[in-house]
Ligand binder design. Structure first.
Ligand code: G6P
Length: 610
């Protein structure tokens, strides 16, 4: 996820771009850059690090005058954060210069094809492949619109490009697929941006681009085209939000915005390794030979990443039949357990900087164990030190309580489970295809659950003054209960515990009081009756039964105080759906208590000390 911008007008573009990028920095900040077109020449300035570094660079003498330009603030997905990988990227003769948000899934194939035509590549980005593909068609067509259309028809993935063409003064071009791009209309000037926050200081008149639509800015003129090249009429809208709401995409908090970004995070994470009908883990250095030789898996993580690992333990063991131990990094690093040399250590971390997780990973490496890191932040310490990396594609997460990064971690784990199972001969071809199909359907099911979020909002208010809660589950549902319970306690400060339902009678049941929130997760058919019995025991002691169950589960239909049904999916992947109502529950209770949802007390997004 990156922030992108375009400007065409009478004012100096660089200042406008810098101001706009500052509003988009929440979308990524590992490098920034801009390009300005003047007198048939495009000047580019870019920098590793935050926008401020770019600002200083421009002030210290770079000549970037011109009234037409594009800008970018980056969240690395392909290639580490560095100046060479920073945007804009350009074609060799600078005919085409572009900034990009999103992922070009088939960039390797594009690069290979272009290499046959003499194109060379300098960066590690997927963007460079796309820019050079547009240049390839531009050389044939001599027309930006035709070149963009031809290139886009050959690009797979979800993306947004904003472009300059050296021979077309005052023009900025843009195109989007699945990711946001808006156009702003000012007097004698026009804008493109990833979201309205970047242009609100200049105009409130915006156009929302449809998918696969192309836009051309020329000073105050904004024109739209479809993929056949025909001009399209479009209606202007007036933005009524204030600046603060705009950065959050109209949501009240980043956490809610990120909850809504989960379908996209899941889709992108899957799309990053799934090409032409196949999962490809070779970039992670996981050849079939290596996968076959894994005798044991240690999953090591903290917090929600640990909870994603707890789900993965059940899924990998059941599908790939490899023994899995899930370890808290803070415990693992100080334990003297005999370690299996043929094991694979899977390290899960959103930030890639958590001190305990890093130390635990180093310990595994010292013991000769191969490490695979599932990490969200490209170029982070864990990503750099691990033997190989599986990047989740959640994009930057601002709210301290993780949602979309957790969901993306689950997908990475499912992919490993399914692929390991296939390579080790534990899955028939058709079953493999079916499971892949089920993973692909998760994003739309996540959105379906979110469509009903008001139901959770209503019930959450009942617990504004609650003091205790239990989250119960068995098997995968227990792992989800852990995450649901953490979401509740970290942002609403309501004391909450996740309990493996079978353990209720060994102590926790004595704590149940009248009206206490007892959440039960029911996604595993063979355990419906077991968990139902535990829930009924809680109910007979006064517990309020809040159930998250797969559609079609009849158990507790009569007895539950509240049931939230989630769509059916393969049971191995049910955590991805069951967690959504639980995230919402934590969120809405915190809102009802008027707490600072995005920055809960005493907590930090990244725990870089022990
Ligand atoms: C902190 C965050 C959690 C996160 C945990 C592990 O406690 O608040 O949301 O799950 O650290 O962080 P990591 O970056 O390693 O996933």
């Amino acid at each position: 996820m990156c922030g992108i911008l375009g400007y065409s007008g009478d004012r100096q573009a660089s200042g406008i771009l810098l101001n706009g990028l500052a509003k988009l920095e929440y979308r990524g900040y590992d490098s920034a850059g801009l390009a300005v077109l003047e007198d048939g020449e495009i000047k580019i300035v870019k920098n590793k690090g935050r926008l401020q570094a770019l600002e200083e660079k421009i002030k210290s003498g770079y000549d970037v005058s011109g009234t037409c330009g594009i800008g970018h603030t980056r969240w690395a997905t392909h290639g580490e954060p560095s100046e060479v990988n920073a945007h804009p990227l350009w074609s060799d003769d600078m005919s085409v210069v572009a900034v990009h948000n999103g992922i070009v899934e088939n960039y390797r194939e594009i690069k290979n094809k272009l290499a046959e035509h003499g194109y060379k590549f300098y960066s590690q980005t997927d963007t460079e492949a796309a820019v050079k593909l547009i240049d390839f068609f531009y050389k044939q067509e001599k027309n930006p619109l035709k070149a963009i259309i031809k290139a886009i028809k050959n690009i797979e993935g979800s993306f947004c490009f904003v472009l300059l063409f050296k021979d077309f003064p005052n023009e900025v071009w843009g195109v989007r697929k699945d990711l946001p791009l808006i156009a702003g209309q000012g007097k004698g000037e026009s804008f493109l941006a990833s979201d309205v926050s970047a242009i609100l200081q200049d105009t409130r008149q915006v156009y929302y681009l449809d998918n696969m639509e192309i836009v051309q800015l020329k000073k105050g003129v904004v024109r739209f085209f479809d993929m056949e090249g025909y001009a399209k009429p479009k209606e202007l809208s007036e933005v009524t939000w204030d600046m603060n709401a705009a950065e959050k995409g109209g949501f009240e908090h980043f956490m809610m915005k990120e909850i809504h970004e989960q379908a996209r995070a899941v889709k992108d994470t899957f799309g990053s390794v799934y090409h032409s009908g196949k999962i490809n883990l070779e970039e992670m250095n996981l050849s079939d030979e290596k996968i076959k030789n894994i005798s044991q898996i240690y999953i090591i993580a903290c917090g929600s990443a640990y909870h994603a690992g707890a789900v993965a333990q059940y899924v990998i063991e059941d599908l790939a039949k490899i023994p899995v131990r899930i370890e808290l990094a803070s415990e693992f690093r100080y334990r003297n357990m005999p370690l299996d040399k043929n094991a694979l250590a899977i390290i899960i971390s959103q930030s890639g900087e958590t001190a305990d997780t890093l130390a635990a990973m180093r310990r595994a490496k010292e013991n000769g164990i191969k490490t695979l890191a599932i990490v969200n932040v490209v170029g982070s310490t864990i990503a750099r030190e691990a033997d190989s990396v599986f990047y989740t594609m959640a994009g930057p997460e601002i709210a301290v309580a993780t949602t979309k990064a957790y969901s993306a971690q689950l997908i990475a784990c499912y992919i490993l489970a399914v692929q390991f199972a296939k390579v080790r001969g534990e899955l028939e071809g058709s079953e493999y295809e079916r499971l892949i199909g089920e993973i692909q359907k998760l994003p739309e099911k996540i959105d379906e659950i979110l469509d009903e979020k008001e139901r959770i909002e209503e019930i959450a208010y009942k617990f504004t003054n609650a003091r205790n809660a239990f989250y119960l589950g068995r098997n995968i549902d227990y792992a989800v209960a852990m995450e649901g319970s953490l979401k509740m306690k970290e942002i609403s400060y309501l004391h909450s515990e996740a309990i493996a339902a079978g353990e209720m009678k060994h102590g926790p049941i004595s704590l149940i009081e009248k009206g206490m929130l007892v959440a039960g997760i029911m996604t595993q058919k063979n355990l419906y009756q077991k968990i139902a019995s535990n829930m009924l025991e809680a109910r007979s002691r006064g517990g309020f039964l809040f159930i998250v169950a797969t559609r079609g589960c009849e158990a507790l239909k009569e007895e539950a105080d509240f049931i939230y049904n989630i769509p059916e999916t393969d049971e191995h992947f049910a955590a991805s759906l069951a967690v959504i109502p639980l995230q919402l529950m934590g969120y809405y209770v915190a809102v009802a208590r008027k707490l600072d949802v995005d920055k809960p007390r005493n907590l930090a997004k990244s725990v870089t000390v022990e």
